[in-house]
Design a protein around this ligand. Structure first.
Ligand SMILES: Cc1cc2nc3c(=O)[nH]c(=O)nc-3n(C[C@H](O)[C@H](O)[C@H](O)COP(=O)(O)O)c2cc1C
Length: 176
């Protein structure tokens, strides 16, 4: 069985998760960043990884996803936001709906926190408190402090476990 992992990552959080998946699943697997022009899709199973940009799938991956049809796939992402928060829930739901509407089969999703680019934090700190992205509330500081620790070893172990679960799901579906 051939598996392809295709991902986007600006600051390496999603890359780390993609590499953990890659290390955990079978030998006939390729790992490639979307910007490096992956070979045409010819696998049995596809994993798509992305990061959250202003509460959405990053644009490059969103464009790629919009062109996918008849694939069996799973997706994963990293974001600063709390794992149980509304953005993550919405992204999982919307992305699943969008992919399913194009006749793809979505076997599952995984996400964890990922450290914010420090340059963006520094920029936000310089904005006036009246600006929508300005100010530095206690809640925001707590979120950034926690996200700074991710992805951690637990996240990466969970990503590997996710990879195993999806492979099993795929194989069970094939048998039925
Ligand atoms: C321009 C920009 C916008 C972002 N918007 C969000 C957001 O809306 N919600 C969120 O939780 N994280 C947001 N993030 C944080 C990233 O999704 C997070 O740091 C992610 O782990 C980056 O992944 P990467 O290292 O693979 O690029 C944003 C980051 C950047 C640079």
């Amino acid at each position: 069985m051939k598996t392809q992992i295709i991902y986007c990552s600006q600051t390496s959080n999603t890359r780390q998760v993609a590499q953990a998946l890659f290390g955990a699943i079978g030998p006939d697997t390729t790992l490639v960043e979307l910007k490096d022009n992956p070979e045409p899709l010819n696998g049995d199973l596809l994993f798509l990884g992305f990061w959250i940009d202003r509460a959405r799938v990053n644009q490059e991956m969103a464009d790629f996803m919009a062109r996918l049809k008849n694939q069996t796939l799973a997706f994963f992402f990293t974001q600063v936001g709390w794992p149980e928060g509304p953005t993550a829930r919405r992204i999982v739901q919307r992305t699943t709906e969008l992919l399913t509407a194009n006749s793809n089969v979505v076997l599952g999703a995984f996400h964890c926190q990922g450290r914010m680019n420090p340059a963006i934090i520094a920029m936000a700190r310089r904005l006036p408190v009246t600006h929508p992205r300005g100010g530095y509330s206690f809640a925001r500081a707590a979120l950034l402090a926690e996200s700074n620790l991710h992805p951690d070893q637990t996240d990466l172990a969970q990503a590997a476990e996710f990879g195993h679960e999806i492979m099993l799901k795929y194989l069970r579906r094939k048998q039925n």
